[in-house]
Design a protein around this ligand. Structure first.
Ligand code: PEP
Length: 250
């Protein structure tokens, strides 16, 4: 049975007070087979590492594809490991759209993360224009194939994928369970075409306006193995309410 993951992406939000409140609220909130993951901004990683209760994993929101050197403003995989991270998001749509992260750069970041022993969470998803033009599968396939090209057929062993339709992120308009399930099944099949064993154990999270009132139906889809949550992860009660909706095995 695949484990479920409920992950919070704070984006450029939060402070030490939120670290304290989330850490307190997550304490003792364990649900068997459902992992909690928190991805605060870089400067809050040490505080979260210090305060996070057992069972709450730490992740970063991005990482450099380079190991070290003259890359002002960048953060390396080794620095994330030292800060206590186990996971790192790569290819979030905001990085792709606002900061020029191409498929090949995202694949290089993914490879760097794996090389350092981090678990990369590859974010994929289509814009509204791409969905309307019936290009969802083409776009997602290109995003996945760039990673296969960089890392080989078993690229997604010890990795996570988050399907995040861009039109659903921060808009209050979530994908329907049917829309999410269809793309998740497509992703799993594309991974299975390269390695069926990897596909079977690969957690595929849904992200895009997941809230306590829509989480249960989204999380009960057979190929939805958790959520990547933006806005609602800033509210400890909402984040934990979503976590309580997750049942291992869908
Ligand atoms: C995200 O940023 O990954 C996200 C899913 O945001 P929101 O939940 O706010 O739509």
């Amino acid at each position: 049975m695949r484990r479920m993951i409920i992950a919070g992406n704070w984006k450029m939000n939060g402070d030490r007070d939120l670290v304290r409140r989330i850490a307190e609220r997550c304490s003792g909130a364990g649900v068997d087979g459902v992992d909690l993951l928190v991805c605060p901004p870089f400067p809050l990683l040490p505080a979260m590492a210090e305060q996070a209760p057992a069972g709450v994993a730490l992740g970063a929101q991005d990482v450099s594809e380079y190991a070290s050197g003259a890359y002002t403003g960048e953060v390396s995989t080794a620095m994330l490991v030292e800060a206590g991270c186990r996971y790192v998001l790569v290819g979030h749509s905001e990085r792709r759209a606002l900061f020029g992260d191409s498929n090949s750069r995202v694949a290089a970041k993914f490879a760097a993360a794996k090389g350092a022993g981090l678990i990369p969470v590859l974010c994929v998803g289509e814009t509204l224009e791409e969905r309307d033009a019936d290009r969802t599968e083409t776009v997602v396939a290109e995003q996945l194939d760039a990673v296969f090209d960089a890392c080989g057929a078993d690229a997604f062993r010890e990795a996570v994928i988050a399907y995040e339709p861009v039109w659903a992120i921060g808009t209050g308009r979530n994908a329907t369970p049917e829309q999410a399930q269809a793309v998740h099944a497509f992703i799993r099949k594309r991974v299975a075409d390269r390695d069926a064993g990897v596909a079977d154990s690969l957690p595929i999270l849904y992200g895009g306006s997941m809230k306590p009132d829509n989480a249960e139906t989204l999380l009960s889809c057979p190929d939805v193995d958790g959520g990547l949550i933006g806005g609602a992860s800033l509210d400890p009660e909402a984040f934990l309410a979503i976590h309580a909706c997750a049942r291992p095995g869908g």
